[in-house]
Design a protein. Structure first.
Length: 264
């Protein structure tokens, strides 16, 4: 939560500040990225030396927990940066961020409005969008091994298989993901009737129902189904941010009273 409120490049322990500064001056060049990485590693090493010099055994254990928290905080910031790139249709940049997050915390799961999406789903989605279908398949299968109810992983695994000419298995995974998303949206709105932020106009659920009816009818228009499934994936990602905004506005109103001009 803290990383989401602080923004794209808010990481811990001070090292990210140096990294961000170098990246800004270097305009993303390989030279400055390498330099920033070396600075970050050097700062981490300095922290370790100081900890071992001035901290006892208990302090050392606390330091380990601190560094673990640093990795999680860093992964959260990288995921947020990747999500922003994904939402503006820049999958190449998104993939770089997601891969960094996966390296620092391979079990990371992003959560917004009770909806959960694993880091390997994000990696697989970006790989799918850049045409790396075999890599996307492996990443999405790994996502489901970490979090078996990751419905977007199912959806994008199905899309990946379909684009790899495995239409039978692709259709099965697309249907499984769509049913999971539809049931989850129905459940979350029914169980929270006074704060039903998800899909308030039923746009996503209507699209899911149309696609599921096509699948059950066995007369599959594959270009239409693929386009629709990709729209659903992007719409769900966008909906996460809208839900978070609406929740914050709801809590703000409870705390400070109503404000005009809200929202969708």
């Amino acid at each position: 939560m803290a990383s989401e409120l602080l923004g794209t490049d808010s990481f811990c322990c001070g090292s990210r500040q140096a990294n961000t500064s170098l990246q800004a001056r270097g305009a993303g060049s390989a030279c400055f990225r390498d330099t920033a990485w070396l600075v970050e590693r050097w700062l981490t090493s300095v922290h370790a030396v100081l900890a071992s010099k001035y901290m006892g055994k208990k302090g050392g254990l606390a330091f380990v927990f601190l560094m673990f928290g640093c990795a999680s905080f860093q992964a959260a910031g990288q995921v947020q940066s990747g999500r922003r790139a994904l939402l503006i249709n820049n999958p190449e940049q998104a993939l770089a961020y997601f891969q960094q997050a996966a390296e620092s915390n391979p079990n990371y799961v992003y959560e917004s409005g009770l909806f959960r999406e694993g880091i390997w789903t994000y990696v697989g989605r970006a790989q799918y969008s850049t045409g790396k279908l075999e890599e996307a398949r492996r990443s999405l299968e790994r996502a489901l091994s970490v979090y078996k109810d990751d419905y977007l992983a199912m959806l994008y695994l199905g899309l990946t298989l379909a684009r790899s000419s495995d239409l039978s298995m692709g259709l099965k995974e697309i249907e499984r993901g769509m049913k999971g998303l539809h049931d989850w949206l129905e459940y979350i709105n029914a169980s929270r009737p006074y704060t039903a932020y998800w899909d308030p106009r039923r746009e996503i659920r209507s699209e899911l129902e149309k696609d599921l009816a096509m699948i059950s009818g066995k007369d599959i228009d594959w270009p239409q189904l693929i386009t629709s499934a990709e729209w659903i994936g992007q719409k769900m990602e966008d909906e996460m941010d809208k839900v978070k905004r609406d929740e914050l506005e709801h809590y703000r109103r409870d705390e400070f009273g109503p404000r005009r001009g809200v929202y969708r």
